[in-house]
Design a protein around this ligand. Structure first.
Ligand code: ZN
Length: 671
């Protein structure tokens, strides 16, 4: 299909014929570059309007006359779902190098694909992509672009259109034009800076998309000096300068995050690493892992208020960092795809995210950011949520991973029936159980550390020739590696935990770990803090007493099926107006639950739309909050797990360890 006159001077008839032909030409039938061809492209991203939430990319590439397909990325690594960002594109125009316009037509089935008829005589084209930033959807948040008057985040995938070859086979020479007085930080290497224009060293397209940029007026970069390690840099960005205080104590703890993680995971898989940390309340909270950097957006006061820092920063930074090994360097084979338009198979996210979540429980304690007591309170809350989740009766854990693309976000209505992305927290719980199984069976001589050190160590022979370093794995390899540490029926264990529907949360192993679950009439400090700060402040968690949560306006949410509240007829969209005959307040519902020991019921006046009704909750057990209590009859394997690996001076002697762990190894029952 060659219509030379089509672009510049074509008649309406030719235009119509061409568009029709483009529209219905199957992509497979078109001439495409050979798959091993390397396609060079140049890119200038003008971010001078980023404070007004607009960016414009100007691309150039060599072409041959005839059909050309350009694709907009749909599956970006790290999001586990199609990102659907095309809605924010506000301009896509192509021309030859003389400025003559060239038409494109969207493919009607593969809507991220554009068919272009390159006229005879044209051997190079230029095109612009204009993008509206700061309006992410639930799946694009980590890979979207954001701008405020003082700072911005660039994820290159937002403005990419690339030809139909593997994305690692596209070479991009990229430049970025900054707003006046702004600085930038990224894992991208700067070749040259001239005023506001930064020229980066050439990289392949996968690497470009894997290296976001943070930019702004208030940007502070510091080296984290780690002995015998590749360079690590920490870049802190905020709307205001006063939020960028980094004291020596925190810096030292972040160095320990690096050393403890690398020690746990068998060395460094990258040549250098950049932590990109945005502390801002004007940008949505997010975190995304990359091969040699991570992007974390957390609260503005994270560096200046320890309480705020402990809530999010302390877990977020280690989580995204650990992904450099788990998820980036070693990745489920089904999630290694040739380009950004091939769907990923996400069923092994219980390793990718579950094991990373497990690491983000342990590393902050080993690095001194958190205490074990603080972790146990967070852990009790996690178990409370997972125990109440009844979606497990029909949806296996692995299905929460396989269905990840539509389980993020959305309505929480009857969420305890649907089940959410449990592969994070319940995946982590399963890895903790695996650690306890190994420790107790080997009298503490071995642990999951032996697995992680070997599994995540560099495997240079298996790394790809182009693109980011990544080595795939499958279920059987996980089983084999675990058996290499401690021989047991790991396949059966993992299949039962991940592929079978379950009647209850498997937490029996906690006894062996040296802990028991108990109910207390008083909430933990952790719970009190999140009731004050998560979501709409002032909510109250009554999940383990009457079986729901309620905000300070009386709106009910998180109703647990089968618990007294649900049995009385409440559901997630009910609004409580009165408790025991008096106007609803947070304290009145707490008092009513406390008094239930004597009264054996709670009366509610509830509004549902324009209807009002009275409900009676039959309940007598008072306030109940889950806690973990030490069980002295078993060794404390969680304490062992939380000990810093690098803290060799404080490591107990062999005899002390034996004493602490008990003399006999406990052979695990086959689950
Ligand atoms: Zn993650």
């Amino acid at each position: 299909m060659l219509l030379n006159s089509f672009c510049r001077h074509g008649s309406l008839l030719i235009l119509a014929l061409t568009l029709t032909a483009l529209l219905f030409t199957p992509l497979q039938a078109q001439e495409q570059p050979a798959q091993d061809t390397v396609v060079p492209m140049t890119l200038v991203l003008d971010a001078t309007d980023l404070p007004r939430q607009l960016i414009v990319a100007r691309w150039e590439m060599d072409v041959t006359p005839g059909n050309l397909v350009l694709r907009y990325p749909e599956w970006v690594q790290g999001t586990h779902a199609p990102t659907r960002q095309m809605q924010n594109v506000a301009g896509f125009e192509i021309s030859d190098m003389k400025g003559n316009h060239i038409y494109w037509v969207r493919h009607t089935i593969d809507r991220q694909y554009f068919n272009i008829d390159v006229p005879e005589g044209v051997d190079r084209i230029q095109f612009t992509v204009r993008y509206i930033t700061s309006q992410p959807n639930v799946n694009s948040r980590g890979v979207d672009c954001f701008g405020t008057p003082n700072l911005g985040i660039i994820n290159w995938n937002c403005i990419v259109l690339y030809p139909a070859v593997p994305s690692a086979n596209v070479d991009v020479t990229a430049s970025l034009i900054l707003p006046d007085h702004w600085k930038q930080a990224s894992a991208m290497r700067v070749a040259k800076q001239d005023g506001n224009r930064i020229d980066y060293e050439k990289v392949d397209l996968d690497t470009l998309v894997d290296r976001p940029v943070i930019l702004g007026e208030h940007l502070k970069s510091v080296d984290l000096k780690v002995e015998d390690a590749p360079p690590h840099r920490l870049h802190l960005l905020s709307d205001i300068e006063t939020s960028l205080r980094l004291d020596d104590d925190l810096k030292e703890k972040l160095v320990k995050v690096v050393t403890e993680t690398a020690d746990y995971l068998g060395g460094y898989p990258y040549d250098s690493y950049d932590f990109l940390v945005v502390v801002s309340d004007n940008t949505p909270r997010t975190g995304l892992e990359h091969t040699d950097s991570s992007l974390s957006v957390t609260q503005e006061k994270s560096l200046v208020d320890e309480k705020v820092r402990k809530r999010d920063f302390d877990y977020l930074i280690p989580h995204e960092f650990a992904h450099a090994w788990c998820g980036k360097y070693r990745r489920p084979a089904g999630m290694i795809v040739p380009d950004m338009n091939t769907p990923m198979q996400t069923e092994l996210l219980w390793v990718y995210e579950g094991l990373t979540q497990f690491l983000s429980w342990t590393i902050p304690i080993r690095a001194g950011l958190q205490t074990q007591e603080e972790f146990l309170e967070l852990f009790a809350f996690t178990i409370e949520r997972l125990r109440n989740q009844q979606g497990r009766h029909w949806r296996p854990l692995e299905d929460t991973a396989a269905a990840s693309s539509f389980l993020r976000g959305g309505s929480r209505h009857w969420g305890y029936l649907r089940r959410n992305q449990d592969y994070y927290q319940e995946g982590a719980l399963m890895w903790l159980e695996a650690d306890v199984i190994i420790r107790s069976a080997t009298m503490g001589q071995k642990s999951l550390t032996d697995f992680t050190r070997s599994f995540f160590a560099r495997r240079k022979d298996e790394e790809p020739a182009r693109g980011p370093r990544v080595v795939g794995f499958n279920f059987d390899q996980i089983v084999d590696e675990l058996n290499g540490v401690y021989e047991w029926d790991w396949a059966d264990f993992l299949i039962t935990r991940t592929r079978e529907a379950q009647s209850h949360l498997p937490v029996e192993f906690l006894t062996k770990a040296g802990y028991k679950l108990v109910f207390s009439p008083k909430p933990t400090e952790f719970l009190k803090d999140i009731e004050r700060t998560w979501g709409r402040p002032g909510w109250v968690d009554l999940a383990d007493s009457i079986g729901f949560s309620v905000n300070d306006d009386g709106d009910v949410f998180g109703v647990v099926p089968g618990r007294p509240g649900e049995r009385s007829g409440l559901y997630d969209r009910s609004k409580i107006l009165a408790v025991n005959g008096r106007k609803f307040s947070r304290n009145r519902i707490l008092d009513a639950v406390e008094q239930s020991v004597l009264k054996h019921s709670i009366e509610l006046l509830v509004q549902e739309g324009e209807l009002f009704r009275n409900l009676e909750i039959k309940y007598s057990d008072g306030l109940r909050y889950l806690r973990l209590e030490r069980d002295e009859t078993h060794p404390d394997w969680i304490a062992q797990l939380m000990k810093p690996l690098g803290d060799k001076d404080k490591k107990p002697s062999k005899s002390e360890e034996d004493k602490e762990a008990g003399k006999e190894g406990e052979k695990p029952e086959s689950k």
